[in-house]
Design a protein. Sequence first.
Length: 279
Amino acid sequence: MKNKEKHEILVNSLIDYIQQNLTTDITLSELSERVHFSKYHLHRIFKEYTGETLKKYIRRLRMESSVNMMIQEDKSLSEIAVENGYSWISNFSRTFRKYFKIPPRNLKQLICKEYGQLKFIETGIKSIEIKQTEDIFYRYKRFFMDYRVLSKLIQKDGICEKCDEACPEAFGIIYDNPKITPPDKCRFDLCFIKNSGNSECTFKDIYKSGSTDKILKRGMFACFDFCGNYEKLIKAYEWVFLIWPLQKRVKLKNAPVYEFYRKSKDQKHYIEIRVPLEI
């Protein structure tokens, strides 16, 4: 394995660790000890791969996480600040306003006003089902890229060595809301299921470098069958996160979303969107 590939896998492991520990005081010293690299070397590798320093990356994720919590959860600003690593609400509000150019108290009102009138018929969602899933063992390749650009790239080049159209063994993990996260910083994991018994399906060579294995743990998901173009997919996500939970009085997890690709035809995507639920 080449150094570049090793570094990509290492940075991805740190990205996962940071995502899971945003409420704690994450330091460069802690991360360098975790991966047995010097602070200087780790800082250089992380910025080379992500385009951001570790400090800026962590601050951005905390700000974006706080917005998602404002939208999805009924919590006070003080609770949201603490859960995103800020002991003092004044420090949180100052950083938030500097990053988003708006006080945190005003943001949720603006978002709900903008999207509150979105109707189900506009979303491209054909059916909804709540279901329990089993563990999924998979291999993934991570991208930092505008979701619209990535979608076109995958449509053009394909994913699987065997399948011409959308591969039934492929799925994607969506970490970020492009309305909140800068498009070129949006994280996406392109994944292949390993425990389906269909061993002929595998990544095309262009996706193999830096790919590694993980487990998607079993859980309860709201599953939305979607058909439409990228613009309609954005509306579907807005409806799923802003309107559907209030209508059904369910609580969504502040966690990644999963897209299982059924097929792609005539500029339309056929996708099962799986959103993890709090039990």
